[in-house]
Design a protein around this ligand. Structure first.
Ligand SMILES: Cc1cc2nc3c(=O)[nH]c(=O)nc-3n(C[C@H](O)[C@H](O)[C@H](O)COP(=O)(O)O)c2cc1C
Length: 350
């Protein structure tokens, strides 16, 4: 069915389709449904505690014995901001908090990068794949994962980042185009250099590395999959299109907004302190010129606003991560979306 079997053979799949890890939005039911349909089901573990993600992965493993991926962030832990910066941000946010009858909290660090404890737990759980965002963990950790038979993936936003990941031992690299929803994986290039669209990025990355390249960003149906394979990708990673699946943990207001075709998305740092693509809302527009606290501390000041606002039915402060192709989203069970993606892509390719 698929002429290029590199990714299928490397990861033990039936189809070269990865459901993207999406911290906060992926669920065991989603990952297992994708795995059972022959793709790679992923759990976004980056913002969960070790106990939380271990439970999630254990539940997914109960629902499938096929290929699963667990994903982590490997960002630098934040340096606490200067008091003056913290004060400026508190002053900016105070009117929003006041409107919702709340007080601006002290900033905190809501989640931590991949750790030795996480590595040990991962080796115990032995998913087929571990993937990373913002680079790769230390060489000793990559070796420990590979020694345990776990395949290691990471995202790159330029050909030179892909070459770095290949040299660091990645088994395959995800070419994350500018269209992609969620956080930019840029880790070793000036941010502005990593703003390359998927169509331009994939073939250049394919030429730069020997390991398989997985296309990501703006792929939402079989047409996108076929196009990515034509550009030399060995497979695709699809995020946004799975957010409106039955099994998604995305907030109902986020799902509704995704289904509004034509609603613009933009890359912004004001939610968490690092560039990420989201549907434009009031907070993004009004805070566009603000200097966010270091990643991921800014989230600790936005999450209470988002929670309070959604309770009142408003998306004004909600980070609604979305890729540029969200207008193609369908509301289906994940297994059915997988089936349609496979049928659409294979028909095009034939
Ligand atoms: C809601 C959401 C959350 C995401 N969270 C993560 C994450 O935790 N880890 C990660 O490596 N990538 C994350 N991504 C990025 C995806 O891995 C992928 O690059 C992107 O979804 C591809 O573009 P698309 O959304 O247009 O399909 C996220 C994307 C979205 C839409």
């Amino acid at each position: 069915m698929w002429r290029d079997r590199r990714l299928i053979d490397l990861l033990g799949l039936e189809h070269p389709i990865i459901q993207a890890p999406m911290a906060g939005s992926t669920t065991p039911a989603m990952a297992a449904a994708v795995a059972n349909a022959g793709g790679l089901g992923s759990i976004g573990a980056a913002t969960a505690t070790l106990d939380e993600w271990r439970k999630t992965v254990t539940e997914a493993k109960r629902l499938t014995n096929r290929a699963l991926n667990v994903n982590f962030f490997v960002h630098e832990p934040p340096t606490p901001p200067e008091p003056a910066q913290e004060m400026r941000m508190a002053v900016r946010l105070e009117p929003y908090y006041a409107d919702l009858g709340l007080e601006v909290p002290a900033p905190s660090v809501p989640f931590h990068p991949f750790s030795t404890a996480a590595l040990n737990a991962l080796v115990d759980l032995r998913p087929r794949v571990a993937s990373f965002h913002f680079g790769l963990p230390a060489a000793s950790a990559v070796k420990a994962l590979k020694d345990a038979g776990i395949r290691v993936l990471s995202s790159a936003t330029t050909p030179s980042e892909a070459m770095k990941l290949e040299a660091m031992g990645a088994d395959a690299v995800i070419a994350q185009g500018w269209e992609a929803g969620g956080h930019r994986g840029t880790f070793a290039a000036p941010f502005a250099e990593g703003q390359i669209g998927t169509m331009a990025l994939v073939p250049q990355m394919v030429d730069a590395v020997k390991i398989p390249v997985i296309a990501a960003g703006g792929i939402a149906d079989g047409r996108g999959i076929a196009a990515a394979l034509m550009l030399g990708a060995a497979g695709v990673q699809i995020g946004t299109a799975f957010l409106t699946c039955t099994e998604s943990a995305a907030h109902p207001l986020h799902r509704e907004a995704l289904l509004e075709a034509g609603r613009p998305s933009q890359v912004t740092s004001v939610f968490g302190g690092r560039p990420a693509r989201a549907l434009v809302n009031r907070y993004m527009t009004e805070m566009a010129d603000a200097e966010p606290l270091p990643f991921p501390m800014q989230f600790s000041l936005v999450t209470p606003l988002a929670r309070a606002a959604v309770q009142a039915g408003s998306t004004d402060f909600l980070p609604m991560w979305a890729g540029q192709a969200h207008g193609l989203n369908r509301s289906l069970p994940a297994a059915e979306l997988m089936q349609r993606l496979v049928t659409e892509a294979t028909q095009r390719l034939a």
